[in-house]
Design a protein around this ligand. Structure first.
Ligand code: H2U
Ligand code: ZN
Length: 338
């Protein structure tokens, strides 16, 4: 008989309509919990060399104010620029290019150089949520901005250039690839079935409770059934809502709370300040109502078994289909257990 806990299989991701290969039998060797503690260097509360700390100079000549809460500025090395003129190039349908105007910003979460989401106070994280809402609304209200991508690269392993707690926002004219896939799937689902894909998914997960890592009254953190990264999680709002700007005050508090809980679990399980890329997926700001959109966050952590063993998406995964060994159910159990 086929054993879903042991035998190789593939799982379907209804949000991207792509598959992931699961090979649980490859995790024969028992996992000992945290294998090696990570070596986080102790950081000072203020670093005179840090370009994000209050009062310090940034590259390009600007100087940060003596900010005491969150601080937002236009990225000095922005990938997108607002003054980019519209243009399009096409040759035989094979060589196609479009200009891409946009605005890139950096959001400092705290004046404290040594903090992370996991060890910030929930009331201070609430201010970060407020800053995200404000940025989503401000950037999204500009006619040439059709999507606002908020994301955080945490840790040098993920390419973060600075440990000071911060995230980036890239907002542009086009709908980015991953968002476009999720949008098409949610729209098709709603068109065919009349209800919301992620509301339905959340109901299943909240009944099974097998892959749920944590939750509060407004958000659920789950290792998705179709997760690619070993400890990948999604944070999904319980209410069907499309974007950050419609969160109630209670939901903003709850978002701060679930972010702290979820990242603190990662830190505890791996005994290290856990690296990840995380970001929101939500309603494009193209002027349409997008009833199909159900806002959520993805955490994509690179670590596999310990603070020092990382997963690489290479070989078969790069050329064919992503693959994982540990099942999402086993990963969720470990995250729940710490
Ligand atoms: P990351 O750590 O995720 O790379 O984000 C840091 C961002 O800060 C990065 O996009 C910007 C970089 O361009 N930056 C400035 O805007 N000003 C600076 O003085 C240094 C870095
Ligand atoms: Zn700093």
């Amino acid at each position: 008989m086929f054993d879903w806990k042991q035998d190789p299989h593939r799982r379907y991701n209804p949000l991207t309509r792509e598959w992931v290969l699961v090979s649980p039998h490859r995790t024969q060797r028992p996992w000992q919990g945290q294998v090696e503690a990570g070596h986080d260097a102790a950081r000072p509360q203020y670093d005179p060399q840090c370009y994000l700390c209050p009062g310090n100079p940034r590259a390009g000549g600007a100087r940060n104010p003596d900010y005491t809460s969150t601080f937002v500025f236009d990225n000095d090395y922005a990938s997108l620029r607002p003054d980019t003129p519209f243009d399009r190039f096409e040759q035989a349908g094979l060589l196609v290019a479009e200009s891409e105007p946009g605005i890139c910003r950096v959001v400092c979460f705290s004046p404290r150089h040594d903090l992370t989401i996991a060890n910030m106070e929930t009331q201070d994280l609430r201010k970060v949520v407020d800053a995200w809402v404000e940025q989503y609304s401000d950037l999204g209200s500009r006619p040439f901005i059709n999507y606002v991508q908020i994301f955080e690269n945490r840790g040098p392993m993920m390419g973060a250039s600075n440990p000071h707690p911060h995230c980036q926002i890239w907002s542009g004219h086009s709908i980015p690839n991953e968002v476009a896939k999720e949008q098409a799937s949610q729209l098709a689902w709603r068109g065919q079935r009349g209800d919301c894909l992620l509301c339905g998914y959340l109901d299943l997960e909240r009944e099974a409770r097998e892959r749920i890592v944590d939750e509060n009254e407004c958000f659920t953190a789950v290792v998705p059934f179709w997760a690619i990264w070993p400890f990948e999680t999604m944070v999904i709002s319980r209410r069907h809502l499309a974007s950050l700007d419609v969160l109630t005050a209670a939901e903003r508090d709850a978002l701060a709370d679930i972010l702290k809980r979820a990242t603190a679990r990662y830190d505890r399980l791996f005994q290290v300040s856990f690296p990840y890329s995380m970001g929101f997926h939500q309603r494009p700001t193209d002027g349409l109502s997008h009833e199909e959109w159900h806002m959520h966050l993805h955490f994509h952590p690179p670590l596999l078994r310990s603070a020092t063993v990382r997963k690489f998406l290479v070989g078969y995964e790069l050329l064919a289909t992503p693959q994982r060994d540990i099942t999402p159910e086993a990963a969720a159990e470990k995250l729940r257990g710490v």
